[in-house]
Design a protein around this ligand. Structure first.
Ligand SMILES: C[S@@+](CC[C@H](N)C(=O)[O-])C[C@H]1O[C@@H](n2cnc3c(N)ncnc32)[C@H](O)[C@@H]1O
Length: 388
């Protein structure tokens, strides 16, 4: 299906980002890795998709995330946080990549109702533009609780409480690679005409090492011709996050799968997906700066890095299982008393969050913890940790 037509402002912005990346390619001698391209397209200061000012979330943006779909998501998550807060001294929260600020507002509202507010709610957000938007939403929606919310520039030194990240891991740049007869190739981006093209070069040693580790885990070599992705930045991200978590739990939500499925022989092609005005496609080289570029998450890599950094795995479940196991029923109490149009709206939201063909199956939650904390009830239904 063709992508929607560009307005003049978006076209001009994408042209600026294209010029910027073309200069980076020229400075690098004619080609940059795909991960570098993805980094520039998403995070180039003042230009990248997440750094510049365009609207990204919700109906007027490019994609909708679970917290944007319904406060039910925050409601269930708040119940899980409350279970943990009740056994922790002066618990706090850290949200990573808070988007529009919808989740912080809905979580704090629900935690206030449950009588389990965190002392502090810190947000680690790379985008200055989104930080401003989050702050404005917090001021307008939860002014009485705004004093608890603050923004940090890096992972805090330590935190007792809960860390949350929804759809952040999929925004970490990935390397793309191909298995060739004469070795492993790194997929790179070069300039072609007014735009970009993919080229290949021999993979550097560190990338070969990452792929050999994957092959070791799988117990077999990847076949010649196989093309896929690896997020080499992920272990360091998990290590930083683990370094912060002194006692408590982390809930990481994203679309992803375990390593066996991620690198299954019939899944050649990789897991990069782009989102532009609610159209999903695979061409990351077009519309730089005005489309989201993501990659599905290898949750086995998340689990391995977590264990390596001393964390316990509390569970790994689909988003549907997380919500149903975590108290969806209780969040829907009083449903029958709502007017029919509100019932229809709410049931539509629940379907989007839980149905397998929507977000219910592809989105997962992995729960990680440090110290003696109870296992959140959301992980008690059909835990798939053993599949990782
Ligand atoms: C797809 S959006 C998800 C937003 C929000 N969590 C939600 O569910 O609506 C990704 C968010 O993560 C932020 N982000 C991306 N990489 C990050 C990083 N390394 N550290 C902190 N935030 C990051 C982006 O700026 C954006 O706010």
């Amino acid at each position: 299906m063709p992508l929607p037509a560009l307005d003049a402002e978006s076209a001009a912005h994408s042209l600026r980002v294209t010029d910027y990346i073309r200069r980076c390619v020229a400075e690098a001698g004619g080609c940059i890795s795909f991960a570098e391209y993805m980094y520039h397209a998403l995070y180039a200061p003042g230009l990248g998709y997440y750094s510049a000012g365009a609207r990204k979330f919700g109906e007027a943006g490019d994609f909708v995330t679970a917290p944007e779909i319904s406060p039910i998501f925050a409601g269930v998550l708040a119940r899980q946080c409350a279970e943990l807060f009740s056994v922790l001294d002066a618990p706090s929260m850290l949200e990573i990549g808070a988007g529009s600020g919808r989740l912080v507002c809905d979580l704090l509202k629900r935690l206030a109702e449950l009588g389990e507010l965190p002392e502090r709610y810190e947000i680690l957000e790379v985008s200055p533009d989104l930080r401003d938007r989050q702050s404005a939403l917090v001021q307008s929606e939860v002014p009485d609780l705004a004093g608890r919310v603050s923004w940090v520039q890096q992972f805090p030194e330590s935190l007792t409480g809960v860390i949350v990240a929804n759809e952040v891991l999929d925004a970490l740049p990935v390397e793309r690679f191909a298995i060739r007869a004469d070795g492993i190739s790194q997929l790179c981006v070069t300039c072609e005409d007014e735009s970009f093209a993919i080229s290949e070069r021999a993979a550097p040693r560190w990338l070969v090492g990452a792929i050999r580790t994957i092959e070791q885990d799988l117990g077999e070599s990847l076949p010649e011709g196989f093309v896929s992705d690896v997020c080499v930045a992920l272990p360091a991200w998990i290590a930083d996050m683990a370094g912060t978590l002194e006692r408590g739990a982390a809930f990481l939500f994203d679309y992803g799968i375990g390593r066996r499925e991620y690198y299954a022989k019939d899944r050649s092609g990789g897991w990069v997906r782009c989102h532009f005005r609610h159209h999903a496609h695979n061409n990351a080289l077009q519309l730089p700066g005005i489309q989201d570029i993501t990659a599905w998450v290898d949750f086995s890599a998340v689990a391995a890095a977590a264990v390596e950094n001393g964390l316990d795995i509390q569970g790994y479940v689909t988003q549907a299982q997380f919500l149903i196991g975590g108290g969806l029923d209780d969040e829907l109490a009083g449903f029958e008393d709502l007017p029919i149009d509100a019932q229809l709206k709410l049931s539509g939201q629940v379907k989007l969050l839980t149905l397998p063909g929507e977000m219910g199956e592809n989105f997962k939650c992995i729960g990680l913890s440090r110290g003696p904390v109870p296992r959140p009830t959301a992980f008690t239904l059909a835990d798939r940790t053993m599949s990782l």
